[in-house]
Ligand binder design. Structure first.
Ligand code: AHR
Length: 657
């Protein structure tokens, strides 16, 4: 037995150390780019964004609302995230279902500020505190009433330790009937940024008060009311995406029918949005509703890829036949809400909600991940939705979430959504995935993909896997018409994450991009409209790590490429973007030959993202540890040599004339 184990250890060491070392020690990688044969078109929507309410993407994330549990529905028993400023006081806060604000917001907060003559305040803990910044205007509102009426409420953003206020104001004369009160809070010039703060409402006289829809917003991107966090929007803008897939993901489906993304409940005044359970373990306020998603697209100058609920929930329930009719109608109305002019029924509703101009829409996806529907009902459900949508909107491209090219009376799915979540080596091993796809077959939307290494956001090894995978999508960007990474966001505060290895992280005050974020930013930014064919020689290989089971079984590891490459050309400017990925810890020389009639400028631009170790990463405390560095290099001609640093992702931008 001992002898077998010894042999096994020697074998594993050989695979882990000796094979890779031998494979790395060899001549230059040789890449020949045929610039005159750049015929394959690059889809103009190749790289986009995917979103859903997960990891506190909206509530406690992009959606800038600061009050947590603003309608008191996050918990059935108690007003979570709310407390009295004095825990010893006999005053009380309770949930009250007998004093609804309206038919949507049926639970109010009852504040009996009179029990023992003390007058404590009511405080909200926010989403892991409040972002207090100097010279900043916070706009707020709430609905309130009291038994006696006439009293004032002092409002403020206060230090968590209770020592001082960052901003305060007073709302006078609270009435005895529900009424909306608004206020503004402005911080001073000289305060230090902090998240260690709470929002406080303190009554001026003993009374019993009720509150609902308590809201505070900091400045938002483009100053949109009910808008988004500017820092996160800036990170997204810099990625130069072309679309936003919304609203999910599993969040579209919900755990059951009642908790699907029911878009009609997410539009109009916030007072009319009851919110819903969400899919990822916390309640969604629906402050980020359908119109807010669309305005988010508008602010990024991109278009939505709209996923419509298709009669299947995560819990496995589904509807067929006539039972689907209301949901098909709901989907058609949703498309009209997005695209209809103000003379259409739902276009008029959108106008009433504040946006008369229709939004552009070219792609509609039917459902999400319906390959999980073991009943096999998707083909039929898809056909019903497809037929109805095409009848009314023949120009829309319809995306199926499962299966290639269904035969449907009158047409077929134009695009199929494929999802890939893997480790870096698996991504690298499969980077040629689309190389042999039928060029005339169903187009592909890689609607969710990610290399899942690193937490909460990805590490550099994930970025290497991502970059390798992106070379494959880009090389095949005639059939891979769209792609988007998932999940996009994570709130890195304790309890903020449900899904590890995300693209962009944030806390209450700050946000940052992972190495994968920067790799995507580079791929999106430096992209031509034609794929340049590349002939490669001398690409080094590395041994793919064996699974425990396979190493015990003594299997030989697969050899996978250690270097990845792709090039595109912008036919208008003559720029050629060569992307190179070196996944190993040794620099690699690349001999590059540019074939074709064009002349080549002597100078090129390089953009390099690299790390000392694959485990290196960015974090909320070290957000810019790994960022792309731009440089100019000289000596570029038809044949030149470029050296890739160890563990690196780079673009070499060559100018042709
Ligand atoms: O991205 C996280 C989840 O992964 C999505 O909600 C779902 O579509 C997929 O399974």
């Amino acid at each position: 037995m001992k002898a077998i184990i010894r042999v096994l250890i020697v074998f594993l060491l050989f695979n882990a150390l000796i094979i890779p070392a031998k494979l790395w020690a060899q001549q230059n990688v040789q890449l020949t780019l045929n610039l005159d044969k750049a015929d394959r078109k690059v889809s103009p929507m190749l790289f986009g964004l995917m979103t859903e309410e997960i990891n506190h993407s909206y509530d406690g994330g992009l959606y800038a609302e600061l009050i947590r549990n603003r309608t008191f529905q996050d918990d059935n028993q108690k007003p979570v995230f709310w407390q009295l400023t004095d825990s010893t006081s006999k005053s009380a806060i309770t949930l009250d279902r007998n004093e609804p604000l309206n038919k949507y917001l049926k639970v109010s907060l009852k504040f009996e500020a009179n029990k023992d003559g003390t007058l404590p305040g009511l405080e909200n803990l926010g989403y892991w505190g409040f972002p207090i910044r100097a010279a900043t205007l916070y706009k707020g509102s709430f609905y309130a009433k009291s038994i006696k009426g006439g009293g004032a409420l002092r409002i403020g953003l206060r230090a968590k330790d209770g020592k001082h206020y960052y901003a305060k104001t007073t709302v006078h004369s609270i009435g005895t009937d529900w009424q909306k009160y608004t206020f503004e809070l402005k911080t001073a010039q000289d305060i230090t940024r902090t998240a260690e703060a709470v929002f406080v409402i303190t009554p001026s006289q003993p009374d019993t008060y009720w509150f609902n829809l308590v809201s505070v917003f900091p400045p938002t991107y483009n100053n949109r009311p009910n808008g988004n966090r500017p820092d996160i929007m800036q990170l997204l803008l810099e990625m130069k995406p072309t679309f936003l897939r919304l609203p999910g993901g599993n969040y579209l489906e919900g755990g059951n029918f009642a908790n699907r993304f029911a878009w009609k409940h997410t539009i109009g005044p916030l007072e009319n949005r009851k919110g819903h359970k969400g899919t990822w373990g916390y309640r969604a306020s629906d402050g980020m509703g359908l119109l807010e998603y669309l305005e988010w697209c508008e602010d990024l100058h991109i278009e939505p890829v709209l996923a419509v609920f298709a009669g299947y929930t995560l819990g496995g329930d589904h509807l067929e036949g006539d039972l689907l009719t209301p949901f098909i109608k709901e989907a058609l109305e949703e498309i009209e809400y997005v695209t209809g002019d103000i003379h259409t029924k739902w276009g008029a509703v959108r106008a009433k909600n504040g946006h008369p101009k229709p939004f552009p829409l070219h792609y509609v996806e039917i459902g999400n991940e319906d390959f999980f529907d073991r009943s096999g009902s998707y083909k039929q459900r898809f056909a019903q939705f497809y037929t109805a949508i095409k009848a009314k909107y023949p120009a829309l491209q319809i995306i199926s979430t499962f299966g290639k090219q269904f035969d449907i009376a009158g047409g077929t799915a134009e695009i199929e959504d494929e999802h890939y979540y893997r480790n870096a080596e698996q991504m690298e091993a499969d980077a040629t995935h689309y190389d042999n796809y039928d060029r005339n077959g169903t187009k592909v939307f890689v609607g969710e993909w990610a290399t899942r290494e690193g937490s909460p956001t990805t590490n550099f090894n994930a970025a290497l896997g991502d970059a390798a995978w992106m070379t494959g999508m880009e090389r095949n960007a005639d059939i891979v018409v769209m792609s988007c990474y998932a999940p996009l966001f994570v709130n890195v505060n304790p309890g903020g994450m449900q899904w590890e290895s995300d693209l962009i992280g944030y806390n209450t005050l700050n946000s940052y991009g992972s190495p994968s974020y920067y790799a995507q930013k580079m791929f999106n930014t430096y992209l031509g409209n034609r794929v340049v064919p590349i002939e490669a020689k001398g690409v080094p290989l590395k041994a793919q790590t064996l699974s425990k089971k396979d190493s015990i079984a003594g299997k030989t590891p697969n050899q996978i490429p250690a270097v990845f490459y792709v090039a595109t050309k912008d036919t208008a400017s003559g720029a050629v973007f060569l992307k190179l990925v070196n996944t190993i810890g040794k620099s690699q020389k690349v001999s590059i030959q540019l074939e074709g009639k064009a002349k080549i400028n002597n100078t090129a631009k390089t953009v390099v993202l690299k790390a000392n170790s694959p485990l290196d990463t960015n974090s909320i405390d070290d957000p810019l540890n790994i960022v792309p560095v731009e440089k100019e290099i000289k000596g570029i001609k038809k044949n030149f040599t470029y050296t890739m640093p160890p563990y690196s992702i780079q673009v070499v931008q060559i100018q042709t004339r």
